[in-house]
Design a protein around this ligand. Structure first.
Ligand SMILES: [Cu+2]
Length: 137
């Protein structure tokens, strides 16, 4: 009986909560050695505010949340410490705005090979997603 339960748990895979609804996660396909950026649409379908504090990956050493800002003809990026989503709120990470900055990519990105990312939330929960490398939207 115990054995059957264990087997069932193993078959069902890691027990990870889906904290956010993540639509169309993708990363810009860049040559090895270059930095890349990750994009997706996040929706909080729960009843609690969700705070995304970071993202990590086995294949990228340095991932941070960035925002691109165009000001007086100059484009710059700044670091955003966290993203907060109220219940029902949707947030889009897209070129020219919010994005995940991927620096020090250990395993070169390849078309058709998803990059595994782990979203880290303020309450300690994590959520694994797969972002697909491609040249543009
Ligand atoms: Cu950036």
């Amino acid at each position: 009986m115990k054995y059957a339960l264990l087997l069932l748990l193993l078959l069902s895979g890691p027990l990870q909560a889906k904290v956010l609804d993540v639509k169309d996660p993708w990363v810009r396909l860049v040559p090895p050695g270059s930095n890349s950026a990750g994009y997706m649409e996040l929706t909080n379908k729960g009843s609690q505010t969700v705070v995304l504090t970071g993202v990590r990956s086995r294949d990228v050493k340095d991932i941070s949340i960035h925002k691109t800002l165009a000001q007086q003809g100059r484009v710059s990026m700044y670091h955003v410490p966290s993203l907060s989503l109220n219940p029902g709120q949707r947030l889009t990470l897209a070129p020219g705005g919010l994005h995940l900055m991927l620096m020090d990519i250990v395993k070169p990105l390849k078309e058709g090979q998803p990059l595994r990312l782990e979203l880290i939330f303020a309450d300690g929960q994590t959520q694994e997603i797969e972002a697909w490398p491609r040249y543009s939207r």
